[in-house]
Design a protein around this ligand. Sequence first.
Ligand code: FMN
Length: 184
Amino acid sequence: MKTKQKILAISGSTRKNSTNHRLLKAIAEISKNNFDVTFYDELSLMPSFNPDEDNENVAKEVARFRQLISESDGVIICTPEYAHGVPGSLKNAIDWTVGTADFSRKPTLLITASTDGKYGHAALLETLRVIEAKNISELQLLISFASTKIDAENKIIDSQTLNNVKTLLNKLEVAMDQSTAETE
Ligand SMILES: Cc1cc2nc3c(=O)[nH]c(=O)nc-3n(C[C@H](O)[C@H](O)[C@H](O)COP(=O)(O)O)c2cc1C
């Protein structure tokens, strides 16, 4: 039997009862036979990015975030949009990975789940593209009016959204298989 692929799931919302966090839970449930999902919920603990502090004595929270990315076969980011942009705490964490290229060649799925979300989605897609997240132009989905598409039991109740998510999870699995084959 194929070993489960390791996924790091990052919610761009630190809010209790976040739709994005619940969407990640729904994804973990849908993919439980194939993916072993670790939820990263320490964005609030990360220090503000400072290039002067990006050295061998980097903060333990930063070192841990980088390690979790490097140990994973793939990353799934689910995030809201704030003020037509990417939530600051998520962008801050990603900025800490630029110098060490942790996302480079890493299969990464971006889902923006927000009221609208198009500006933040486009901005984060561009960031992930420039830091070389693998296949990012095809591994992405914008879910507008997201809070109406997932229920209190963390089930995706909109059939089109559910189909889109399942299709993307299959594509992510293929991208991770390709990455594994390339490194063998
Ligand atoms: C300060 C603030 C700014 C927001 N700005 C936007 C926005 O620009 N565009 C948008 O689509 N939603 C915006 N929203 C709404 C959130 O994106 C929406 O409620 C989302 O579902 C929150 O995600 P969460 O449930 O995972 O926390 C904003 C919410 C807050 C609190």
